[in-house]
Write a protein that binds this ligand. Sequence first.
Ligand SMILES: *Cc1c(COP(=O)(O)O)cnc(C)c1O
Length: 359
Amino acid sequence: MNGLFEKNKDRPIKKTIANKSNLFPSLPPRVTLAQLPTPLHSLDRLSRSIGGPRIWVKRDDLSGSTLSGNKVRKLEFLLAAALANGCDTVITGGGIQSNHCRATALAAKQCGLHAHLLLRGKPTQCPEGNLLLDYLAGAQVTFCDENTDYDRLHDLMAEQREYYRQLGHNPWVIPIGGSDRCGLWGYIAACAELAEDCAVAGIAPSHIICATGSGGTQGGLILGCQYYGINARVLGVNVCDDARWFEQKIRGDLCAWQQHYQAHIKVNDLPIEILDGYVGAGYALASEHVWDTIIRVARSEGIVLDPVYTGKAFDAVLCEIKKGYFAESSDIIFISTGGIFGLLAQRPALYTRPHFSKY
Ligand SMILES: *Cc1c(COP(=O)(O)O)cnc(C)c1O
């Protein structure tokens, strides 16, 4: 039996915050991978200089070091399911600098599993950022065309699974971003922490905001707020595609979750709020404005955002504060979902910013 799996049994779930609804199913098994709970910090200097609500950051970038960010929360449940099904190999996919794939590669090794990654894009001569860590973890990597779309990548993963089956292995596919009915549990459980965080800080945030890339973080937060009685609006800033795509994707995941776990909740009534308009030139492409926000946040608060997800989403929050979107709010929470290795993979864009190293 896997050691992590065993340890999980008495993982402390906050006792002070009860599951507010007995209509919800209880949490499924999880393996212990993340350093939890993560802290909640208020960004007082930055909030003051912007002049909007107090901005709080849930530091999920501190959920581990190499195995950090939002994906590790999902993987606790996804890998527990894989192990419970006796799998020996996990297959997943994403962009060449996918945080999810890097986290899966490392988490798989912590569970003694082989990892096979299908990555969109072309390898550079010397791998860097997340890809370097994928290789370091001994993940097997297959590259596919940069323009492979979401459905096609899942087809390719299913083909890989067949291939492993024919070799006599027991493969397990984890979807892109770990966003499916099982992965949703990561951020449902995170809401137990958030409820406790808010109680300790004495705040009732109007909004909980995250970057949305495959929808599992936002979907989990939507369910988790119901689960743990947090009365806040969940707002996702899409970093690719558009609001329509994510509304459908997240709605689909919520419905699949509700059916599979027999939850007595009308998931179709839950609002899915996407703040569209901040994708810019495309996925993983940050504008100069986003880069300047990344620099500003690092220099005012010592928090490192990334160009693909958190930098874009946080920049959107600052822009919306200026436009008055949060005019009625006293406190908002931003989920800092990690991504530092994606930042390191885009070094040139950062050090060529004007005044970057003039101190
Ligand atoms: C994957 C990712 C997100 C988006 O989360 P989803 O659940 O895929 O929507 C946000 N931030 C970082 C750093 C990520 O790696």
